[in-house]
Design a protein around this ligand. Structure first.
Ligand code: DC
Length: 229
């Protein structure tokens, strides 16, 4: 019997998760899910409603909002009740607040439930911080991507400047380090490498090299499970 696989890709910001996960999903013809975009969406809405400090209100808002993610042709989009938030979820303000919103236990429960529903049938590449540890601890293949802080800073600064946001590298670095710290030390589902995740240091790899490496690992697992890719 051929079933489709669940591929989990975790790691800190700027480690190459999104680029790799999208290209891998394209290559496999699997779904792609950026779970960070969900945490960003609720953060963006909380900012808009001016309720950042009110956990109860944030949970209320999340419970009554339909967050939808779409992906096609390398383009991932986010909607809340059909209103597109794709650009605003990448703002500096969201960057500075998303880690604090992601610490809220109930926010995680609601979003993890949604992520499990989306991935339940397999045939998905899901990226985040806790996919291999919490969302799908039984994922078929797990990767944990890392890169040096200087490399991650360079990538993020370039990415932002390509979108017309010119920010000094020192500020980007500080923001990444701050998010790393909150994401890795929070009580609920901290950013952690799952024991059985394959570590991939992308600091000195080209995008092609990292995608090919990951694809080959997925192919090995698929073969061992009798799954056709
Ligand atoms: O992947 P990203 O940088 O867009 O994620 C934004 C934030 O969302 C990240 O700093 C922590 C949070 N996040 C999380 O807590 N769990 C996930 N599975 C994905 C993201």
């Amino acid at each position: 019997m051929s079933k489709k696989l669940i591929v989990a890709i975790d790691g800190p910001a700027g480690s190459g998760k999104s680029t790799t996960a999208k290209l891998l999903a394209d290559k496999l013809k699997y779904l792609y899910l950026d779970t960070g975009a969900m945490y960003r969406a609720i953060t963006s809405l909380a900012l808009k409603h001016n309720i950042l400090d009110d956990e109860k209100e944030i949970i209320n808002l999340l419970e009554r909002t339909d967050i939808e993610l779409t992906y096609s042709d390398g383009n991932s989009r986010v909607f809340a009740d059909k209103v597109e938030l794709s650009d605003e979820i990448r703002s500096l303000e969201v960057n500075s607040n998303v880690s604090d919103i992601s610490k809220i236990k109930k926010v995680r429960q609601i979003l993890v439930k949604k992520q499990r529903e989306i991935g339940a049938l397999g045939g998905i590449v899901m990226e985040g911080r806790d996919i291999g540890t919490v969302v799908f601890p039984n994922a078929d293949v797990k990767f944990f991507l890392t890169a040096t802080i200087d490399e991650r800073t360079k990538r993020r600064t370039k990415e932002m400047s390509e979108k017309g946001k010119h920010v000094h590298e020192d500020m980007v670095k500080e923001s990444l380090l701050n998010r790393d710290k909150i994401d890795s030390t929070r009580e609920v589902s901290p950013l952690l490498k799952a024991e059985d995740a394959i570590p991939v240091d992308t600091s000195f790899l080209t995008i092609d090299e990292q995608v090919n490496f990951i694809y080959d690992e997925v192919a090995k697992v698929a073969k061992s499970k009798g799954v056709e890719l």
